[in-house]
Design a protein around this ligand. Structure first.
Ligand code: AOF
Ligand code: ZN
Length: 367
């Protein structure tokens, strides 16, 4: 049965929804490549599913075809993204589809990659495959928003995150813990879905964070640590420095401190000497461009008030997560306020949603 508006049946939608779930589950874990989901159906029975491999390869279609528990000949394939048609690091999926005599291919949206750009449609058609695109297009455009942005702008997709008390304190000497454990899980989920996490050395030296993903079984998918450290003030006894290995840490600096530079480089950190602007700050846009070039596609900024404000003012967050606890913190000794609510309310008004996580309230903004 098809709905009047788009000519796709509810069964088609059901299978594509599953393909989308598969793609979403691996989002952020496929490196340079987009995370794709694939479902193969024969006589109204699912005979295989596939996801893009960790790191981006093999492709979802390849995995799905490989794992079929029946001959895929004459089957129908649902893919969240246009199958590739070129020889990259892997052979074209279109070729694999044709070779295996799959008779119908439904994909949701065209691949923005210049090498593909909708060409697969006619390749498959010419080979007598019934091809349709546009199934659950809105959902796929949403899923691939960051991939489209990466390819179009050559920039990472940037997510901001801040945790504050009811009375807007983001740091207090008295109590380090602001939000609850369920919020922590969501933060770690964001770390899992991002390949880079950015803080300043100032925040790092105060908080001594681990910056890792601590969801059980996912430690190996922790993001690269990106430290903005103009004067190389990073504490060499900090957890982050102690755990530098195999290029898992990128430090942007502007200093002549040779001893520190040598120490950090020897440990395995990747140091980038970054010019500073007139007002003695880094140009964040230039940093984002460099991060994209070294492979960071989804960046999480867990900044303090200053860094968060700089990103917010320049509208450089694509998404922003505000975690707010229901408790006030005492304004004693040292504390830091969050001073950017007004920017969120004026410059991030495209999309705003709230939900409760236990006693905490989460608000997600998009610019
Ligand atoms: C697919 N299925 O699961 C993904 C695709 O170097 P290669 O061979 O891995 O090709 C990379 C390109 O393939 C990448 O830029 C993107 O256009 C597409 N990604 N294609 O058919 C997949 N992840
Ligand atoms: Zn492919």
């Amino acid at each position: 049965m098809s709905t009047k508006r788009d000519n796709f049946s509810s069964k088609d939608k059901k299978y594509m929804k599953l393909a989308l779930d598969l793609a979403r589950a691996r989002r952020g874990l496929t490196g340079d490549n987009p995370s794709v989901g694939c479902v193969i159906v024969k006589k109204d029975k699912i005979i295989s599913i596939g996801q893009t491999g960790y790191g981006g390869r093999p492709h979802a279609e390849h995995n799905a075809i490989l794992n079929c528990f029946e001959d895929p000949k004459g089957s129908k394939m649902y893919i969240t993204l246009e199958p590739c048609n070129h020889y990259g690091k892997t052979p074209p999926c279109t070729k694999n589809i044709i070779k295996n005599k799959i008779s119908e291919v439904y994909y949701s949206i065209d691949d923005i990659d210049v090498k593909m750009k909708g060409k697969s449609y006619s390749i498959l058609k010419k080979n007598n495959i019934n091809v349709k695109k546009g199934l659950l297009k809105k959902e796929s455009l949403n899923l691939y928003e960051s991939y489209y942005l990466n390819r179009k702008k050559k920039l990472p997709y940037v997510i901001g995150k801040i945790a504050l008390s009811k009375n807007k304190i983001i740091y207090s000497d008295v109590s380090k813990k602001i939000t609850n454990e369920i919020s922590d899980k969501l933060t770690h989920y964001l770390r899992l879905k991002c390949d880079g996490i950015m803080v300043t050395s100032e925040t790092l030296n105060i908080d001594n964070p681990k910056l890792s993903c601590r969801l059980e079984g996912y430690a190996q998918h922790s993001p690269k640590r990106i430290i903005l450290d103009k004067n190389l003030k990073i504490d060499l006894k900090s957890y982050v420095v102690k755990s530098i290995k195999n290029g898992n840490t990128i430090i942007f600096y502007n200093s002549n401190n040779k001893i520190k530079k040598n120490f950090l480089t020897k440990k395995g950190a990747f140091l980038i000497n970054q010019p500073i602007q007139k007002h003695r700050n880094f140009d964040l846009k230039k940093i984002l461009k460099k991060l994209y070039l070294v492979g960071i596609k989804n960046l999480l900024v867990e900044g303090g008030d200053k860094l968060t404000k700089s990103f917010l003012q320049k509208r450089m967050f694509n998404e922003f997560y505000m975690f707010k606890s229901s408790k006030n913190l005492l304004k004693e000794n040292k504390y830091v306020n969050f001073t950017s609510s007004y920017i969120l309310n004026t410059k991030y008004d495209r999309y705003k949603t709230n939900f409760k996580l236990g006693t905490d309230k989460i608000t997600i903004y998009k610019r």
